[in-house]
Design a protein around this ligand. Structure first.
Ligand code: GAL
Length: 706
């Protein structure tokens, strides 16, 4: 590697490195167009640049190839590189960071965000929309400082058989290759890994703040449901006393789907305005499925035709949404046909692959972009189009879903979902997403039995978007009568936690702290990984390679609650690692001393553990939907023995007025003196916005004797 680039400090602990001419390229953050939160970044203390001068190197080849080498000695651990459902640790791995449907696990995924964290306390963001090939600590350079002695795998009979064969040593760098005219690298340093992730999110404008209703319960109906069938199903939620905030309509709401028209199918929805009005009157929001590929039968087909790429997807044309003209055409149509009659958001499908379902890399788009960059940014561009040109312009917040995203997307109010369905991977996704500024939806669709149904529902409920996606199976929360009551209580608990969850999302927005996050970002957590030694097997393991088995099956929700779902082989009983400190059972207040693993048995409730001194603002009673949460009385729960406090964030719950300072913060402080009952005090510390939740009705001290 020949050149050492200059690093320019742009905020405390944030540096920009330029290689070649990055201005000539598309960068995720520039495209996402969310101004960095400089004021919040500047509130952090100064940091030393985490590398020695000249440590980061690059080469530019005559063929426009760029090679970047960033030191990462073997004792450092590397995490991230986007939403990777198979784990978060990326040591000794080769990855192809390309948008794809989740499947092969080699870096290709719904959100291959080129951002990684090092256990040494820094983060690296390769801010380019080019696909990247990453060699993370792969040690095969002939000038490497540590090269293990080669071992004879096939010794003659009189020699001892080899031990400790190490043909793929851990390398001492992250090496990245791409073809581009330039690349921008942003380096983040901070006191904790959580600070570094927060800085990445603040650099990208801060995290998303969904409307309050987005944090309630979502149910997607079967693909061909009519207005009448949907209304009937909603009535059943009411009869069964199961909370419901959002109904998701799947493809059949349109005149034609795959490719799409975005126009209501009159045979199923004869009066869409009346349908949405009727739903909104019951406090229920409508989310519409679509994919962005336009049918020749769509009214906007002819105007979009010249603004679309050379190839089709699902036989529909592929608009180039980097162009303002196409953004205007789609958002004008969506405003008139959907937003103006009360539609609240979208599920944007099929923007991820597989290869043969998307346009090819050699496709051309009218903006001059080629297929491969377009594939990296398509989900991002659509998010920008809807969130900025449609919802923000109309001062209405939305919360939706998208099947691909990428760097720079922290502020976009969407969750990523997948057709994949491994429960273990779905839990891992919550942690993985938190390391790269995206939100993950581990939706429930079906289950083999009531036990699995309950376990999957618990994960779905304790996630950024609590959704049952019944598009194919027609399942309902009450599909397994044996566990219907437990499911109801579970959804009710989510609803009661709305004040706590909404505040956690506001901290994502204002401070960059992910509302659901990997344990890696928590102080006192020790990795629970195991190394399983490889056994020679001609079919499954011909090189006898050993394997790192990670456990990312517990995660934080908001500042104080740790979630440890039951799943797969751990569906009856599982171990939970409690980080250092005292932890309390959410339901009973039973205490444990942390820095240890405990075993928990499945008693029908999802294990939730609360930090020492936690103050949890929640609703005193369950509500049928977020609308009923307005002015609803609060219960403040207090866990522990040390003094504690919590903030409660409030705004109007639906508009962007909070960005003009129209929000309110109430602080609850608990003082707990030896021999006296704990005392709760409430203070409004910022009073510029409307009230959202009601007054405190109940103060509960949860801690049992240790
Ligand atoms: C799939 C999507 C499903 C469902 C289905 C409808 O691509 O992942 O969640 O929406 O399309 O056809």
């Amino acid at each position: 590697m020949t050149e050492a680039p200059e690093a320019v400090n742009i905020a405390p602990g944030v540096w920009r490195i330029r290689i070649g001419t990055p201005e000539k390229e598309i960068s995720y953050s520039r495209l996402a167009d969310r101004a960095p939160r400089i004021k919040e970044l500047e509130a952090y203390p100064r940091q030393e640049f985490p590398f020695a001068p000249g440590d980061i190197r690059y080469t530019i080849g005559a063929d426009h190839s760029i090679g970047i080498r960033i030191p990462a000695p073997p004792h450092e651990d590397i995490f991230g590189f986007g939403l990777q459902l198979d784990g978060i640790k990326k040591k000794n791995r080769v990855m192809d960071l390309r948008v794809d449907h989740w499947g092969n696990g080699k870096g290709q995924t719904h959100a291959p965000v080129p951002f990684y964290l090092s256990s040494r306390g820094y983060g690296i963001y390769i801010n380019t929309a080019r696909p990247l090939k990453v060699y993370s600590q792969v040690g095969n350079r002939k000038d490497a400082p540590f090269i293990p002695t080669p071992v004879d795998r096939n010794p003659p009979p009189d020699e001892k058989p080899a031990h400790g064969w190490d043909a793929q040593p851990i390398g001492d760098a992250v090496e990245i290759q791409t073809y581009a005219q330039g690349v921008e690298i942003i380096v983040f340093a901070g006191e904790t890994l959580q600070d570094i992730v927060a800085k990445y999110n603040l650099f990208n404008g801060g995290g998303a703040l969904p409307p309050l209703w987005g944090l309630g319960f979502w149910h997607r109906v079967p693909a061909q449901f009519t207005a009448e069938e949907t209304e009937k199903e909603v009535a059943q939620f009411h009869d069964k006393n199961i909370p419901l905030d959002v109904i998701g309509l799947e493809p059949g709401w349109m005149t034609k789907s795959y490719p799409c028209t975005f126009e209501w199918q009159p045979k199923r929805f004869p009066n869409p305005a009346r349908f949405t009005e009727n739903m909104l009157n019951q406090g229920i929001h409508i989310n519409l499925w679509e994919n962005p590929y336009i049918s020749p039968e769509a009214k906007l087909y002819s105007s979009m035709l010249p603004l679309s790429g050379t190839h089709t997807v699902w036989l529909g044309i592929v608009p180039d949404y980097t162009l303002p003209e196409s953004r205007k055409i789609i958002t004008d149509q969506h405003k008139k046909a959907h937003l103006d009659i009360g539609v609240s958001g979208y599920k944007t499908d099929e923007v991820d692959g597989f290869d043969q379902w998307l346009w090819p890399d050699h496709a051309q788009f009218p903006s001059g972009l080629g297929g491969s960059v377009m594939r990296q940014i398509y989900g991002l561009t659509l998010q920008k189009t809807y969130q900025q040109d449609l919802f923000r312009k109309n001062n209405t917040r939305s919360y939706g879903q998208i099947r691909s995203s990428n760097g720079g997307a922290s502020g976009y109010s969407n969750t990523i979902y997948s057709d994949a369905y491994s429960h273990g991977q779905f839990i891992n996704g919550i942690s993985s997403a938190s390391l790269c500024g995206v939100l993950w939806c581990p939706e429930i669709r079906s289950a083999a039995n009531s036990q699995e149904w309950l376990c999957r529902m618990q994960t779905a409920i304790f996630s950024p978007l609590a959704q049952l996606n019944a598009w194919a199976d027609g399942t309902k929360p009450w599909s397994y009568p044996e566990v219907e009551n437990q499911i109801r209580e579970l959804i009710e608990l989510r609803m009661r936690l709305l004040p706590y969850l909404y505040t956690a999302f506001s901290e994502y927005n204002r401070k960059g702290i992910p509302p659901f996050r990997a344990m890696l970002l928590e102080a006192g957590f020790k990795s629970q990984e195991k190394i399983v030694a490889g056994k020679l097997d001609a079919r499954d393991n011909p090189y006898a390679t050993s394997q790192i088995v990670e456990r990312n099956d517990q995660y934080m929700m908001g500042p104080d609650i740790m979630v440890a779902p039951f799943y797969e082989k751990q569906s009856q009983r599982r171990t939970v690692y409690l980080p250092a400190g005292t932890w309390y059972d959410f339901y009973t207040g039973k205490a444990w001393q942390g820095n240890t693993s405990i075993t928990v048995d499945n008693d029908g409730k999802v294990p939730l553990f609360v930090k020492e001194g936690a103050v949890i603002p929640m609703l005193a009673h369950p509500v049928a939907n977020a609308r009923e949460a307005l002015n609803a009385p609060l219960e403040i729960r207090y866990y522990g023995r040390t003094d504690g406090s919590a903030e409660l964030y409030e705004d109007d719950g639906t508009s962007f007025d909070y960005e003009q300072g129209q929000f309110k913060i109430r602080r609850f402080t608990v003082t707990n003196k030896e021999g006296q009952a704990p005392i709760l005090e409430e203070k409004v510390i910022k009073a510029d916005g409307p009230s959202l939740f009601g007054t405190v009705k109940q103060f509960s001290t949860m801690s049992q004797e240790k």
